[in-house]
Design a protein around this ligand. Structure first.
Ligand code: HEM
Length: 367
């Protein structure tokens, strides 16, 4: 185990050990495990002859290389991730039977992927855009995915409009301009024809769309879930990540310059701070509404375009996440990870939020 995997390890870390591999001091092999002396010369018929079909290792190496991409995510293609740990501040048993929230001090390994939404994999880190903030909790009862964005609401009220929204915000169809941002006609056509986007567009035009650092970004579940306790009593809940460093953004001109100088600014900032031991921390907050209060508010609490006002529905802080380890391999960890709002554990359930009609939809998972 290398330096980065050491430190305080929970029983879950130990359980995950069986899936970790260490290639040091092992012989070089083909993908089938056949030992080989080297893999840098192909087999030819004579010194200057053609390459032979029987060079099965050459063919395997090339075939593997030719297929070593999974299709780019339709949205959130550009992302950056890190490992860490979540610690519960208190028992939430009154509200949920979820084991990872059941006792004070309980620690759970996590993996977090931050992302932009519109841009392709190679686009800049700092366009004017929403940011994704997806967390996988490796709990004793299975993996729980908290899929969130850095703004508390969404563009649309019904998941069926999601393809239209995304097609409109992606680059113009004729010239593929602009990259990574919504500043163009097809997106504004969508906005003026769907008044429900007005609230989200205000957030998108705010500095929140230009985060200074992933370490200084909030995260919101947006969707309304349920907490269910051991007696079966259920309450509505929305989740919020709160950065311990506070919320900080770029000014527009600043963002232009930084993005031009270093399109990898946000990922470099996260990587370097973790390498320096400057571990990013985020507190987890929940807003809870009793079922009897479902219709108490002057807005629909299941509507993703509506913010749950924090002065009316206070945020209860229930734990803290610390990101303390960079990935060993970007492709196998950051690129291949799959988040899905349908990955819940006992104690966390769905509401009738219209977005959850889409929860079993296979495109929301990497395959
Ligand atoms: C019905 C509405 C929605 C649909 C159809 C949808 C669809 C998708 C798809 C297809 C992906 C790419 C998955 C992949 O290739 O791995 C994705 C990723 C993502 N979505 Fe959504 N989405 C919806 C709503 C939302 C909402 C409301 C949020 C915020 C709470 C959200 C946050 C994210 C995040 C953070 C990712 C990136 C996950 C990662 O880092 O891999 N999505 N979504």
């Amino acid at each position: 185990m290398d330096k980065r995997q050491q430190g305080k390890r929970t029983s879950k870390d130990l359980q995950l050990d069986q899936f970790r591999t260490d290639d040091r001091n092992k012989k070089l092999t083909t993908n089938q495990g056949l030992k080989m002396a080297e893999d840098e010369h192909s087999l030819t018929a004579g010194e200057r002859g053609p390459t032979l079909m029987e060079d099965f290792h050459f063919r395997e190496k090339m075939t593997h290389f030719d297929h070593e991409r999974v299709p780019e995510r339709v949205v959130h293609a550009r992302g950056f991730a890190a490992h860490g740990e979540f610690e519960a501040y208190q028992s939430m048993e009154k509200y949920t039977k979820a084991g990872f929230l059941s006792e004070k001090g309980k620690k759970t390994p996590v993996f977090v992927r931050f992302s932009t939404v519109v841009g392709q994999k190679g686009s800049t880190d700092i366009p004017r855009d929403v940011r994704g903030f997806a967390t996988k909790f490796y709990t004793d009862e299975g993996n729980y995915d908290l899929v969130s964005n850095n703004m508390p609401i969404f563009f649309i009220q019904d998941g069926i409009k999601f393809p239209d929204l995304v097609h409109s915000i992606k680059p113009e169809p004729h010239n593929e301009i602009p990259q990574a941002t919504g500043a163009h006609d097809t997106f504004w056509d969508f906005v003026i024809n769907n008044q429900e986007t007005a609230n989200q567009v205000m957030w998108l035009m705010s500095p929140r769309a230009l985060p200074r650092s992933f370490r200084m970004m909030e995260g919101f579940s947006i969707n309304t879930f349920r907490f269910v306790n051991a007696e079966g009593k259920s309450r509505f809940v929305r989740f919020k990540w709160i950065p311990v460093l506070g919320l900080h953004s770029f000014e527009w001109d600043e963002a232009q310059k930084v993005s031009g100088n270093d399109p990898d600014f946000n990922r470099r900032d996260l990587w370097m701070n973790i390498e320096m031991g400057n571990y990013p921390e985020f507190e987890l907050g929940v807003q809870i509404i009793d079922e009897k209060d479902e219709f108490k508010f002057d807005f629909d609490i299941l509507d993703a375009t509506k913010f749950w006002p924090e002065e009316e529905i206070p945020v209860k802080v229930i734990g803290k996440m610390t990101l303390n380890r960079n990935v060993d391999n970007y492709f196998s960890e950051t690129e291949q990870v799959a988040f899905h709002p349908g990955h819940v554990v006992p104690g966390i359930d769905f509401s009738n939020d219209p977005f959850f009609r889409d929860v079993s939809f296979p495109t929301r998972i990497r395959s």
